[in-house]
Design a protein around this ligand. Structure first.
Ligand code: FAD
Length: 386
């Protein structure tokens, strides 16, 4: 289909990648976001090869390589500093045809914003829409509106538009653990600079991975009841308590973090939900299939959505509604499977059933590195770009 005007709500990874893909395909695109200034939530993200391939197709491969970290190995160590597994990522890269890139979120967002040639309007909170059959109009809190041939709701895990599409509200589900994350200067007293290191034990994790600019993206996970909070000034002490007795690099990391730039968040996911589309309106990214970060696939799935949605608009010509239904059919199967797989993995890592977590620690000791990379390759190769 040609000459479509497309309105996107949300300028996160999903909305921006979709905006780039659709403008490159020749469509007119406007993106609206409620915030006055775009600041990504979270410090870093690991973009696995399926996400990177979408960016490659959009001509952003070199730029991605420039801001991404060189992650050549993955290493699991126990909280007693026993080496559990040391994994070269080379077999994975050879199998899937593209290296993964851990990246600082601000760098990724900046790159996507610069690549998007349509318009971005900030300070525009969408409160609903009106689908009148041959067009759809997004309605904003300030009384403005935007009309297009289709509306993409890329408004995140707490999507406002999702309830209109599903006909019912759904509450994100607490995954049972808290995640702290941020960036630190890379140094050898923390981890080798080309390695994603993951310390595991006591149902917790402490991890660092290299991102561009000679930095590590770090995260900590601890299972906790819902509703705990700690002010930034107390976060270093909180982590020191949770990770008391863990290996020296973890202690060094806790000392080196800036607690005021360390995010602390309760991890949620949603669904899986069966409806991504109603008429001329489509959910995309976390709004449709927010997943726990335990496979590092949420942002990658939003990028896959962008690729598939654009492909159906370009290659089918029955109607907008028909193209969106095809998008829904393809994406709900893949993305919902990832939501469930990541949920299972989150439970395995964080001691939902302690004996399963103990078995996982044993498995890490015994598993061949190739089995680990083959499992990741399988997830990557389930995407639309092989
Ligand atoms: P968002 O990034 O949430 O963007 C939604 C946008 O919509 C926001 O800008 C918001 O302001 C705007 N908005 C919301 N409501 C409205 C409204 N009513 N009107 C207008 N604008 C609105 N993914 C990976 O691929 N790899 C990883 O390693 C990884 N690690 C993660 C680690 C953590 C701790 C977490 C929490 C997530 C991680 N993810 C990872 C998942 C990834 O961050 C998300 O899947 C991704 O950011 C989703 O992008 P999105 O554009 O769908 O939503």
């Amino acid at each position: 289909m040609y000459d479509l005007k497309i309105v996107i709500i949300g300028a996160g990874i999903g909305g921006l990648t979709t905006g780039i893909a659709l403008t490159k395909a020749g469509y007119q695109v406007e993106i609206y976001d409620r915030v006055k200034e775009l600041r990504p939530a979270g410090a870093g993200i690991s973009l696995w090869s399926n996400g990177v391939k979408v960016l490659n197709k959009l001509g952003l491969g070199d730029k991605m390589a420039a801001i991404g970290g060189q992650m050549n190995r993955m290493q699991y160590r126990s909280c007693k500093d026993e080496l559990l597994n040391d994994i070269s990522l080379q077999p994975l890269i050879a199998e899937v045809g593209q290296r993964p890139y851990p990246v600082a979120r601000t760098d990724l967002q900046q790159m996507l914003l610069e690549a998007f040639t349509g318009t971005v309007k900030l300070g525009s909170k969408c409160v609903g829409f009106e689908d009148v059959g041959d067009s759809v109009t997004a309605i904003f809190e300030d009384g403005n509106s935007a009309t297009g041939d289709l509306l993409i709701a890329a408004d995140g895990v707490r999507s406002t538009l999702r309830a209109y599409i599903l006909g019912t509200e759904i509450e994100p589900r607490y995954a049972g653990y808290v995640n702290w994350n941020g960036l630190v200067k890379a140094s050898e007293d923390l981890a080798p600079k080309n390695t994603w290191i993951i310390y595991v034990g006591e149902h917790k994790r402490a991890s660092m991975m290299p991102v561009g600019g000679d930095r590590f993206y770090f995260f900590f996970d601890v299972p906790l009841p819902k509703g705990t909070s700690t002010p930034p000034e107390a976060r270093q002490q909180e982590l020191a308590n949770f990770f008391q007795g863990w290996p020296q690099p973890v202690q060094n990391l806790i000392k080196q973090i800036n607690p005021f730039e360390t995010n602390r968040l309760e991890i949620h996911d949603i669904g899986p939900i069966d409806t991504f589309v109603r008429g001329r309106v489509a959910l995309l990214g976390d709004a449709a299939h927010s997943t726990t970060p335990d496979l590092g696939q949420g942002g990658c799935q939003a990028m896959e959505d962008a690729e598939v949605l654009t492909r159906y608009l370009l290659t089918t010509n029955i109607s907008v509604e028909d193209a969106l239904k095809r998008y829904e059919r393809e994406r709900k199967e893949r993305a919902n499977a990832i939501v469930l797989k990541a949920r299972k993995r989150a439970d395995q890592i964080h001691g939902k059933e302690p004996e399963i977590t103990e078995q996982w620690y044993q498995q890490l000791r015994q598993e061949s590195p190739l089995d680990v990379t083959n499992a990741i390759s399988k997830t990557i190769l389930g995407g639309p770009l092989r």
